[in-house]
Design a protein around this ligand. Structure first.
Ligand code: CP
Length: 353
């Protein structure tokens, strides 16, 4: 069953149910009963209209400004009554903690599931686990999973809203939202801006979600990296006009360069453990062969920004000193992640201004 199928109306919710609306369509396409029977999910950026993305960015900016004015420590309360469960089947620092903090800052309760000590270890299915959390009152579940197909295997019977915190190599929508927000903040507009995404594109859900989102706002996305870490031509054709480009050609054109970590854990699972590029990464010669070094960055425009979704492996994909460069946005991305995830939770709850 697909998440996009209509769902049964909520009849037993103990808490304010997420306001219903099917992704990829507008309220205007549906009658009120149908709207109530549907629930927001965020699986990838395609679930958000351009208008919603822009409202999220505006809301993130407003939340950020409130904090700068010294009123950010107050709970906003827009998610009071909600319970946000987090289920991380892969490691995370930024995404998990910022979702939990965002939920708490908005007045929701959080329900972090320690997957390794849960009944999933006793072969309980993910559907049954989600239904169990919903029965306890959870209204949203933030899920990170190594399987690209994890969300296609879930249906509306899970009984709560699903937020993708990164699935396999497929999508990481809130990362793309916060990256694009950071670029929008710094560059003023994404129209005709050249954004270079560099590194292990093949295994990167961040690259895929970013390519899809940035192109919608007029940016030109160039993908560069070692030849065996680039997507196939067939996949590239589905990436919203993104083009492959040699890093040396891309650098001078870039308004921003986003470096990506070499995802060794996915290489090993894909049987690429013997790939030359992985051996090079292990030998830290990856930096000199492929990474963003000080020397290479000197060929960029004086205004060119440095981004990285994290976690960073200093002196592998990027020279350590560039992480701390005045034009590095890496910690700003982390800060923005909190506000974007607050806005995302508000959208899920149907209370995004
Ligand atoms: N960018 C990102 O997803 O970081 P974490 O793995 O720390 O969540």
């Amino acid at each position: 069953m697909s998440l996009l199928a209509p769902q049964e109306p909520e009849t037993t919710a103990q808490h304010a149910a997420p306001q219903a609306m099917e992704p990829r369509r507008t309220h205007g396409d549906m009658g009120p009963l149908e709207v109530r029977a549907r629930r927001h999910h965020l699986i990838d950026v395609g679930d958000l209209d351009d208008d919603v993305v822009q409202r999220m960015w505006q809301r993130a900016k407003e939340l950020q400004q409130r904090e700068q004015r010294g009123i950010g420590t107050q709970l906003f309360g827009t998610l009071r009554g909600h319970v946000v469960a987090t289920l991380f089947f892969e490691a995370s620092t930024r995404t998990r903690l910022s979702f939990e903090l965002a939920a708490q800052r908005l007045g929701a309760l959080t329900l972090p599931l320690d997957v390794s000590r849960s009944s999933l270890e006793k072969s309980e299915s993910l559907v049954d686990t989600l239904q169990t959390l919903a029965a306890m009152g959870a209204t949203m579940a933030v899920v990170r999973h190594r399987d690209n197909a994890v969300f296609s295997n879930l249906g509306p019977q899970v009984g709560l809203s699903l937020l993708n915190a990164g699935n396999g190599t497929e999508a990481h929508p809130t990362q793309a939202l916060l990256d694009a927000y950071t670029l929008w903040q710094q560059l003023g507009s994404l129209q005709d801006r050249v954004i270079v995404i560099h590194g292990d594109i093949l295994h990167s859900r961040v690259a895929r979600s970013n390519a899809r989102l940035l192109a919608r706002f007029g940016a030109r996305v160039l993908l560069s990296g070692p030849a065996d870490l680039l997507p196939s031509d067939a996949e590239l054709a589905q990436l919203a006009g993104a083009q492959v480009c040699a890093f040396s050609d891309a650098i001078p054109q870039a308004d921003a360069i986003m470096c990506l970590r070499v995802q060794r854990e996915r290489h090993e699972r894909a049987g690429l453990a013997d790939a030359a590029v992985l051996r090079a990464a292990e030998a830290t010669s990856f930096l000199h062969a492929h990474g963003l070094t000080q020397e290479r960055f000197e060929r960029a425009k004086p205004s060119c920004l440095i981004l990285h979704p994290g976690p960073v492996n200093r002196d592998v994909e990027i020279e350590g000193t560039l992480v701390d460069h005045p034009r590095s946005q890496i910690l700003q991305q982390v800060r923005n992640g909190l506000y974007i995830r607050m806005a995302t939770l508000e959208w899920i709850a149907g209370v995004l201004p």
